[in-house]
Design a protein around this ligand. Structure first.
Ligand code: DHB
Length: 464
C-alpha cells in the first residue's frame, strides 16, 4: 500500500540572486508499489514552509494551493526528480520550482524513465510508453493520498518542454484512459485517477508519426541546415558546438515526398476555425490552415511591435502604419533556417531520439512511420501501431478524461518541429470545446518556462 509519511521532511532554505525561498521538502516518495527502476519512479514534493505557520501566499494556503507538477524530461531521456535551485540555462538564476514555491504553489517533481534505460535482466525498461505511464502513476499517487497531502490535488497542473511538453500534453489528453491500465497495474500504481486539471506544454514534440511530413511542409525548399550539439561542461554549464551542412540529393527527394503527404493528413482531421470554416491544405500545401498559422505568427509579431520591439530586419513581414499586414512564409522559413535533415524524426537509419523512444524491451530502435519503414536503410522494423497511438495526444482528445484547460507555447523561431504540430493540437482541443491558450511567442527558439509570470497568472485565473 502506497503511503505518505507526513513527518518525514526537512525544512530548507535556498537563496539565489538575493532572493530566498523557505520550504518543506518530502523527498524520494516512491510512487508505485513495484518499481522497475526505483531511482526514476519516485517524486519530490515541496511546500512553502509558511503554509505550516498559517500564512497564505497569493491567496493560497496549505490546502488550497494548486499542485504544480513539472517534469524534467528532454529528448525522451530519463528525467530525474528536481529541486528548487539554480537554472544552468539562465546563468544560475532561480529555476521554475524555486519560482513556483515563491508564488505559493505546492510542487510535485516526479522522476520519469527514459529511452536508454535497462533493467538488471538486460532488457530495456524505459521505452515508450514508460514516460507517460510513470507520470500517470505519480499523479495517481497524489490523488490516492490527497487527504493526507498538502495542496489541492484536484488542481494538478503538468508542465514540460519539448519531449517534456509532449508528456504534459499526453497527461492532459489521456486522463484515466484504459489503454495505459495494464502498464500501471503491472507497476502497482495507486488505485486512483490519473486525470489532471490543466496542462502547460512548451514546444511539445508530439504527433511523431506525422511530424516528418509537417516538417517538410514548412521547410521544403530550404536545403542547408544549422543546428548545435549541446554538452555540459564540468561545472554543469551547457556548451554548444555548431553543426552546419547541406542536405544530400536523397534527403532533398525525401523532403519533397514528405511534404506531399501532409495535405491529405491535415484534410483528414476535419479541423475548423472559430467560425466553423474548414482548415485545409491543397496539394501544394497552400490553403486556409497555412493562412491561419501565418495569422498567429503575425499576431505574435504585432504584440512585439506594440511592445516596442524593432522588426525592421524582419523583411518577411509587411508592416504599414504600425500594423503587421502580411507575411512571406517562404522567406520567414529561410530566415529562421532548417535545423533537421529529412526525414526529421523517423530517420532512415533509425538514429534519431524518437527511433530509440519507440524501441522495445529487446530492440533498441524502431521506425514509426510507413514512409521511413519503406525507405529504411538498416533493416529496421516498425513499432506496433497501438504503441505509436499511445504516444500521440491526438488519439485521446475527447475520448478520455481530457484536461479542461490548456496552455500551449511554441516559439515563433522554433525549428525542432513544424509550427503546424502545436497548431493541430491546439485546434483539435478547441474544436472539442476545451479551453486553450495558444501562441507562438515572438523571438523565441525551442525552449520553455521563459514566461513564468504569464504561466502563473494563467494558473491563478483558473484556480483562485
Ligand atoms: C527534444 C528536441 C527534439 O528536437 C526532438 O526531436 C525531441 C526532443 C527535446 O528537447 O526534448
Amino acid at each position: 500500500m502506497l503511503k505518505f509519511k507526513k513527518n518525514h521532511y526537512t525544512i530548507e532554505e535556498v537563496t539565489l540572486c538575493g532572493e530566498t525561498v523557505r520550504f518543506r521538502a518530502f523527498r524520494d516518495l516512491v510512487y508505485v508499489e513495484k518499481p522497475v527502476n526505483v531511482e526514476f519512479q519516485k517524486m519530490n514534493l515541496f511546500v512553502p514552509e509558511s503554509y505550516y505557520e498559517g500564512t497564505s501566499i497569493n491567496g493560497y494556503d496549505l490546502l488550497s494551493a494548486p499542485v504544480f507538477m513539472p517534469n524534467t524530461v528532454g529528448g525522451y531521456m530519463p528525467g530525474p526528480a528536481d529541486e528548487p535551485g539554480a537554472n544552468p540555462f539562465l546563468q544560475g538564476k532561480p529555476n521554475t520550482i524555486f519560482r513556483a514555491l515563491q508564488h505559493g504553489y505546492v510542487v510535485a517533481s516526479p522522476a520519469i524513465r527514459g529511452r536508454v534505460q535497462k533493467g538488471e535482466d538486460g532488457h530495456y525498461n524505459g521505452k515508450a510508453p514508460a514516460c507517460v505511464v510513470d507520470y500517470k502513476a505519480a499523479v495517481r499517487y497524489l490523488h490516492f493520498l490527497a487527504d493526507e497531502l498538502p495542496g489541492d490535488e484536484n488542481k494538478i497542473i503538468t508542465n514540460g518542454t519539448s519531449a517534456g511538453g509532449a508528456l504534459s500534453s499526453l497527461m492532459g489528453s489521456t486522463g484515466n484512459h484504459p489503454d495505459y491500465e495494464p502498464y500501471l497495474q503491472a507497476l502497482g500504481a495507486a488505485d486512483a485517477g490519473d486525470d489532471v486539471f490543466a496542462a502547460s506544454c512548451y514546444c511539445p514534440i508530439i504527433n511523431l508519426e506525422h511530424a516528418d511530413m509537417a516538417y517538410e511542409w514548412e521547410f521544403c525548399g530550404v536545403n542547408d541546415f544549422h543546428r548545435a550539439n549541446m554538452k555540459m561542461d564540468e561545472g554543469g554549464r551547457p556548451v554548444f558546438t555548431p553543426v552546419d551542412g547541406e542536405m544530400t540529393e536523397e534527403q532533398i527527394r525525401v523532403s519533397v515526398e514528405e511534404k506531399a503527404l501532409f495535405p491529405a493528413y491535415v484534410n483528414s482531421l476535419g479541423l475548423k476555425d472559430e467560425n466553423g470554416a474548414p482548415l485545409t491544405l491543397d496539394a501544394d500545401g497552400e490553403g486556409s490552415l497555412k493562412e491561419y498559422v501565418k495569422h498567429i505568427v503575425m499576431e505574435s509579431a504585432q504584440r512585439a511591435l506594440d511592445g516596442g520591439v524593432n522588426l525592421a530586419d524582419k523583411t518577411w513581414l509587411t508592416i504599414e502604419n504600425g500594423k503587421v499586414q502580411s507575411m512571406d512564409f517562404a522567406a520567414y522559413v529561410k530566415d529562421i533556417t532548417r535545423m533537421k535533415t529529412a526525414p526529421a524524426f523517423d530517420a532512415l537509419d533509425m538514429m534519431s531520439p524518437e527511433n530509440e523512444e519507440f524501441g522495445t524491451e529487446s530492440i533498441e530502435r524502431c521506425h514509426f512511420t510507413a514512409y521511413s519503414q519503406a525507405h529504411d536503410t538498416v533493416g529496421g522494423t516498425l513499432a506496433e501501431p497501438e504503441l505509436i497511438a499511445k504516444m500521440n495526444p491526438l488519439t485521446f482528445i475527447g475520448k478520455a478524461d481530457t484536461a479542461k484547460h490548456w496552455r500551449i507555447r511554441h516559439g515563433a523561431y522554433d525549428r525542432d518541429t513544424s509550427l503546424a504540430i502545436p497548431f493541430i493540437l491546439a485546434t483539435t482541443l478547441k474544436n472539442h470545446g476545451f479551453d486553450v491558450d495558444f501562441a507562438y511567442p515572438w523571438g523565441l527558439p525551442h525552449s520553455g518556462d521563459y514566461d513564468l509570470d504569464e504561466l502563473f497568472g494563467w494558473i491563478d485565473d483558473l484556480c483562485r
